[in-house]
Every structure is written in C-alpha cells, then in structure tokens.
Write a protein that binds this ligand. Sequence first.
Ligand SMILES: Cc1cc2nc3c(=O)[nH]c(=O)nc-3n(C[C@H](O)[C@H](O)[C@H](O)COP(=O)(O)OP(=O)(O)OC[C@H]3O[C@@H](n4cnc5c(N)ncnc54)[C@H](O)[C@@H]3O)c2cc1C
Length: 395
Amino acid sequence: MVGGGVIGLCCAYSLASNGHEVTVVERDRLGSGASRGNAGEVCPDLVEPLAAPGVILSALRTLHRPDAALHIHPALDADLLRFLLGFARNATRRRYRTGAAALASLAHNTFDLFEELGVDANRNGFLFAYGTSSSADHARRGFAALGAPVGELLFDLPDREPCLAAGARAGFVVEDQWSLDPNAVVDALAARLRTLGVSVIEGARVTRVVEGARVQVHTSAGTVESDAAVLAAGVWTRELGRAAGVDLNLFPGKGYSFSVAVDKMPSRLVHLGDAHVAVTPLGDRLRIAGTMEFDRDHDRFHARRIAAIVRAAGPYLAGVDWAGRRDEWVGPRPMTPDGLPAIGRLPRHRNVFVAAGHNMLGLMLAPSTGKMVAGLVDGEKAPAAFDPGRLARAW
Ligand SMILES: Cc1cc2nc3c(=O)[nH]c(=O)nc-3n(C[C@H](O)[C@H](O)[C@H](O)COP(=O)(O)OP(=O)(O)OC[C@H]3O[C@@H](n4cnc5c(N)ncnc54)[C@H](O)[C@@H]3O)c2cc1C
C-alpha cells in the first residue's frame, strides 16, 4: 500500500481483513496529506460532484473577491489548464447526474466501518445557514433533489445555535448525517492495522513502482516486493503514475482549516452555505474549514487563505475567539475533473491498482473504497465509472 492517508489505511484494513499480508509505506507520518485537518463530514445523502451545472459561472462571479472560497493561481500551467478544461466539460446536467448517482452508490453503507472502528460521531445532522432566504431556499431545493432528508426553512438560527450571528438569516437542517474527528479516524485505523498484523513503514518515500513477475515498490528506505501494489497517495498518486508511464489528471484543490474557542459550542456541524465554510464541533474547540485553492504547489501554506475564511465566516458566527485561533493547516484535496475517484487498475498494469482522487469526500468514501479495492485484488471488477483509465494519458 503506497500512502498512509485515510484511503490507504482503509484499503489496508479491508485487504488485511480479507486475509492478505499488507505493508503500508508512508513518506512522512500517517495522515500527512489531507486526512487529518479536514471538516470530518460523513454525509451520504449530500454527495455530488463539484462540477455541477452553473458552478463555473457562479465561481467566476466571486473570483475577484478577497473572501472568495475559490482561488486560482494566476500562472496557469499545462496541468492546471488540462484539469480546468476537463472540469468545464463535466459541468453538464447529464454528467452531473450520472456522477452523483455513482458517488451515492459508493457512499452507501459508509457508516458501517466507522461504527466498527468505534470512533465517536456527532449524529445530530447538519445545519445549513445562509445570508438570505433566497439562497437558503435554492440550496434546500438542490439537496431535496438529491433525495436528502431536508427539513423546513428556518429563520431563527441564532436561537437554535447561539454560535450563529444575525448574519445567518435563514437555513435548514439535514438529518442523518455525521461528523467525526478526522484525527481520531486515522489513529483508530492505525491501531486496528496493528492488531491485524499490518506492517507500517513511515518516513519512506516511494519513488517508483515497477511491475514484473512481482511488483517492486522502490522507496527511499529500500525495496518492498509484493504480488500487488495499491497507489493511494492522494494527489501525489499522479507523480507515481507518471513514474510508471501513466499521467492521471489529478490536481490539488488545497483547503485550509484552523480551530477556535467559542462561547457556545453548536450541537452539530454547521455549514455556512454562502461562505462555503464548514464549522465542526471537535471536543472543546470548533474546527473551521474551507477554501479551494488551485495552486501548483501541493504543500505551500498561504496565510491569506486563512484570512479569507475568517472574513467570509465572520458575519455568520458569534462569540468566536478569532484572534486565538490555533492548528492552522493546509491539505490538498485530490481533485478529478469529473468529481469521481479513480479506483481500479493502473492502465497497462495487471497488479498495480489506484485508489485516489476522492475530491472533497475522501474521509466519507474511504471505507467503501477500501472494500472495493480488496474486492479488486481478489479478482472482482470495479464499476466503470471509477476506472482510472478515464483520467489517463500515456506519458
Ligand atoms: C479543508 C478540507 C476539508 C475537507 N473536508 C472533508 C469532509 O468533511 N469529508 C470528507 O469526506 N472529505 C473531506 N475532505 C477531503 C479529504 O480530506 C480527502 O479526500 C482525503 O483526505 C484524501 O485521502 P487520501 O488518503 O486519498 O489522500 P491524503 O490524505 O492526501 O493521503 C495521502 C498520503 O500519501 C502519502 N504520500 C504521498 N506521496 C507518497 C509517496 N511517494 N510515498 C509514500 N507516501 C506518499 C502522503 O504523505 C499522505 O499521507 C476535505 C479536504 C480538505 C482539504
């Protein structure tokens, strides 16, 4: 297993549960990519590809604003252009519908492994809050069309959740969705792998995976030989694919988060819909997460994106100690142009598999991805919708 993010860990868990001998190779420490600082949403009724009809126009309208959720690096390179063109091609009603259906099928039963891991979950559903009743109503109708259990429009949000300010004018609750502490998920998976006898090598960067009679995984700490390898290195899977002659159209959509103290902790995860910010209660602090930055450098942290989140979320929240924020973090969402992950064989390989490209949904889709990958290694077929070949170009 190449990569110790939540996807690699869940794949290792399912493979080991099926009786395989598994080694996880992680270049840093487990959960070093996007898996620890995310918003912790597990919301199988709300899954949809980002490339929705109309999303490009509405993004272009806000792009110039300093508090815009979307930021695109002005120096477009070939990879970013290829990604954005693919994204535009997918933002049609038909592709959005088929993509949403494929994601919904993958999200089905997503709660099972989280139950099995025994990680605490907040099961109170999500509250969506908006600055105007028309934007709340528009969003509510969109979620209802996905079949989500949406409640009535509400106009008394600060009475219901005192961490909300008067700027949160209207909203609604979606029941039956969970929020989790992503750190706790990574740690619980690591503990479970230990009990299953999975060998975990941290601090070893995989440089190349070569398929011959066996699969050789070359790392900075030596070579691991195996019957099969799974590339689950989040957005860095692209580099590994390239080293094997296949260029997968994966691009980092960097997101940021931080934690703050708040006078009144909300009883459930709150989505600031117009601000595109998620507010997750985690213990005695709130995690505030948001922004989508398309920038070539996967790891670079820009303090101005944190400032953009503070500016965007500020009018909606009350009693927040913004100045005392901690745990500032950036992580690359592994984005694909059609919003669907790549789960299946690496093109032109028999025993090298890919499990990457989970966009904004990797925590939620990790358990079902793990099960699917274990099935593939055992000879099952993956649904064509997730075939990595659709993202590939010979290198
Ligand atoms: C701000 C933000 C909020 C989000 N909120 C949610 C949410 O609420 N719910 C949800 O489901 N998803 C959410 N996501 C998305 C989710 O975090 C990702 O989809 C998920 O973490 C991807 O997991 P991964 O294991 O594929 O990749 P990663 O988490 O990036 O893990 C990849 C791992 O591979 C390792 N690696 C890389 N290269 C190599 C190499 N050459 N050799 C060895 N190891 C290597 C990395 O160090 C890393 O540990 C959010 C993301 C962000 C940024």
